[in-house]
Design a binder for this molecule. Structure first.
Ligand code: GLN
Length: 194
């Protein structure tokens, strides 16, 4: 059956994710209200600004519905700001910043610092054939530590750049900006599943 993938469309790079997912034959929904989570097989929380997305998630009351839909089977993938928003813990968390606390990872915002705030790097990503994946890092966080049930999928410079835990995936870079479908395919085939 055709998979139905929502992309949280409050702020950030959601259109590019929709294009990438549609190119692989799945149906997409630009999710702007919690009711639209109903019936989704997976949800992508895009990159952008985690504080801005988080505030809009509070305004539109997204936190509990996403947590609930995930508990009943919806896969969730967070890229960059989205990785921050699904983390159990945000290192040096701003006082009013709230995450969904879904995935057992600790994420540090803007971890690569100002000078190196944006860069590209080749990544060796687990479960992906065909050579390195070009990672686009934009004021990226890194995953500082992971809990026991979390599989590390990729590292850059010793820091974790991608990880997976059951029906959850986090990438600190932007696969939707490269035109390389392999990480979207990994999400659809292995994280969302059949
Ligand atoms: N630095 C941003 C944040 O803290 C994330 C950047 C991105 O998503 N490209 O939300």
């Amino acid at each position: 059956m055709t998979k139905r993938i929502g992309v949280l469309a409050l702020q950030g790079a959601f259109r590019e994710h929709m294009i990438s997912v549609e190119a692989l034959g799945a149906t997409t929904v630009a999710v702007r209200l919690p009711e639209q989570l109903e019936g989704l097989d997976g949800l992508i929380i895009p990159g952008g600004e985690s504080t801005a997305i988080g505030k809009l998630m509070t305004t539109y009351r997204f936190y509990e519905p996403i947590i609930h839909r995930h508990a009943v089977g919806m896969a969730v993938w967070g890229t960059c700001a989205g990785a921050i928003l699904i983390a159990r813990e945000i290192a040096d968390c701003l006082v009013d910043q709230r995450s969904l606390e879904l995935m057992d990872i600790n994420v540090r915002r803007n971890a690569y610092g100002r000078q190196a705030a944006s860069f590209e790097a080749d990544l060796d990503v687990a479960h992906i054939a065909g050579g390195d994946f070009r990672g686009v890092f934009i004021r990226a966080p890194w995953i500082e530590s992971v809990g026991e049930g979390v599989e590390v999928l990729a590292r850059h410079g010793g820091h974790i750049a991608a990880a997976r835990q059951g029906r959850l995936m986090a990438t600190t870079f932007h696969p939707e900006l490269t035109g390389d479908p392999r990480i979207h395919r990994l999400f659809l085939e292995e994280i969302v599943g059949e």
